[in-house]
Design a binder for this molecule. Sequence first.
Ligand SMILES: *Cc1c(COP(=O)(O)O)cnc(C)c1O
Length: 380
Amino acid sequence: MINQELTTEKQNAKSNILTSESIPHTPRYVANWPGLIEAYRPYLPVTETTPVITLQEGNTPLIPVPSIAAEIGRGVQVYVKYDGLNPTGSFKDRGMTMAISKAKEEGAEAVICASTGNTSAAAAAYALRAGMKAFVLIPDGYVALGKLAQALVYGAEVLAIKGNFDQALDIVRALAKNYPVTLVNSVNPYRLEGQKTAAFEVVDKLGNAPDWLCIPVGNAGNITAYWMGFCQYHQIGKCDRLPRMMGFQAAGSAPLVVGHPVAHPDTLATAIRIGNPANWEKAISVEQASQGSFNAVTDEEILHAYRLLGREGVFCEPASAASVAGLLKLKEQVKDNATIVCVLTGNGLKDPDSAMANTDNHFKSGIEPNLEVVAHTMGF
Ligand SMILES: *Cc1c(COP(=O)(O)O)cnc(C)c1O
């Protein structure tokens, strides 16, 4: 069941990943969390001389969501891995702490990425900490305002192109080949190494791997990284099973579901508005090795899940809610008493426009500043 190819390939590529004999290692949770590179150092391709560029990312909560579990019933337990609580508000920080640390180690002075928003925010923040310049290419008009604000505040050079993410990625790949800039998109293998630590955290908290791991899929870096993490932990006996990897794409942007690139991807979940995933082959290997599947969820289903999560006190961005939307869509396939983890990739605060446009709750405005009027409006 383990995808040997993915894991051994990675291990051979990096000099100092330790294997099963190396173990006795307990991550330092909560108190003095040092960031994920220090917490999981034995499992990551870093050496004593790697400069660790960190904002203390990782160690994000795994929150039970009982109202969502109740929609499935049959003793099923559902948790959300709330990675929107990372320092720049998305899981991209996990990959970026590794990618920027390694770029710094290799002497890079500038990094570049294409981004639907969160990669640019993370790249900008970590590059800044490393004293490097960050260039980011974004699709003009399709990046949530909070993400754009972050990239600017963190001092990146932001270039909005009149095209979509896939076109931006083609350009930055060519730029990184021809100019002295390091590419930090998820085709950079260090990104996946950092991101796999989310799977470690899930197993460290649950004591085993879940039955299903539900996750939104854009470029398919994160689903690949989680699988690497579960496989690595499984090999050294930290868990005795592996999850089925359930990837969800937005219906208007679902190349892995339809089986071919989508020229004009369309969805309000802008973080996964990607028509030609950079990690396509890896994604298919993960699907096969884990007996998982890729499925599409409509924007309506995404928004429904987004609102349900809000009512659990968990505010994620629309793309993140695709994991929960997908779980609810496939709920008949869930085994009795299963444990399920849905990955919430980004924070809802990044995209307040979507929130205001899609909440069914409204605020009352124009109220006189008068006790009786306010009390009356409150229903007293
Ligand atoms: C990047 C991103 C995704 C997609 O992750 P991939 O690794 O590209 O599949 C999903 N949700 C959010 C919020 C993201 O920022």
